[in-house]
Design a protein. Structure first.
Ligand code: LP5
Ligand code: MN
Length: 240
């Protein structure tokens, strides 16, 4: 059995979701062979030197305990935590995956992504993304003091929330043409992604082939879910 989750946006400001995730790791995650986290595990990640923070240390220790218990955990970067690096991966006992990643199983073909790269109608975000994913920009950012990076991340979060108010839902969703091209380029595999916070199962018809796209839910204290692959079908498991 495999679980897929994304968009938990963990932070000390969300103790309810944090507890839900820690309970999930201690409970349901114990039954699965692999856990795939498709981005935005954290609300913001400003560099692996922030591992020393007690809140982060608690999450990392819980992931490491599960790793020691035999769970294989894979993680893709989201638009909030694209700076999660090798030190985080080593401390948490997880494997960082590229985006996109093809998951080829005997019973199914999947392509996994956070999803933000396909939101091409959001031109401002695309420009921002190009900048912050540039290795030179990242090196310069990571060279700044931790306190400064935290302040910049908080400013950017506030700017993002303000910007989103002037964007349409269509603009912030995946572009349909880009999505079809993506499905074609990945052999019509079942596409699983997060980012949009619009959980739904979409049916695409690409080149006469029926392709499914499963959008993961973001996590809330009172509404969170895991996508479950039981070696035959996908289904949504709600956590409370
Ligand atoms: O995340 P969410 O759901 O609010 O919105 C995203 C897009 N926004 C982002 C920004 C992140 O929320 C902030 C992440 C901070 C943690 C990273 C730390 C290191 C980086 C520090 C950077 C200085 O990803 C949002 C999309 C939305 O998804 C839907 O897809 O629309 O895109 C934006 O908000 C981008 C803006 O439209 C363009 C930004 C222009 C730059 C503004 C400069 C402000 C200066 C802030 C201080 C440097
Ligand atoms: Mn996201």
């Amino acid at each position: 059995m495999i679980h897929f989750i994304s968009d938990l946006h963990l932070s000390p400001q969300s103790p309810g979701v944090t507890a839900l995730f820690l309970n999930y790791l201690d409970g349901p995650a114990g039954q699965v062979d692999a856990l795939y986290i498709l981005g935005d595990l954290f609300d913001a990640w400003v560099g692996d030197d922030d591992l020393a923070d007690p809140y982060h240390d608690g999450i990392v220790a819980a992931l490491q305990r599960r790793h020691a218990g035999g769970l294989r955990t894979f993680l893709q970067h989201g638009n909030r935590d694209f700076l999660l690096g090798r030190n985080f991966a080593a401390a948490a006992g997880i494997v960082l995956l590229p985006d996109p990643h093809v998951l080829s199983l005997p019973e199914g073909q999947f392509v996994l992504s956070h999803g933000d790269a396909l939101c091409t109608d959001d031109a401002e975000y695309m420009a921002f993304r190009r900048q912050v994913r540039d290795p030179q920009w990242q090196a310069a950012f990571l060279a700044r003091p931790l306190s400064e990076r935290r302040a910049l991340a908080a400013q950017m979060r506030a700017a993002s929330e303000a910007n989103k108010r002037s964007k349409t839902a269509y603009q912030m969703d995946l572009n349909p043409q880009e999505t079809d091209d993506f499905l074609r380029a990945h052999g019509y595999a079942t596409f699983i992604h997060g980012h949009t916070h619009q959980p739904a199962t979409h049916a695409h018809m690409v080149d006469g082939i029926h392709v499914e796209r499963w959008v993961l839910a973001d996590w809330h204290e009172d509404r969170s879910e895991v996508l479950v692959w039981n070696d035959a079908t996908l289904s949504r498991l709600s956590l409370t």
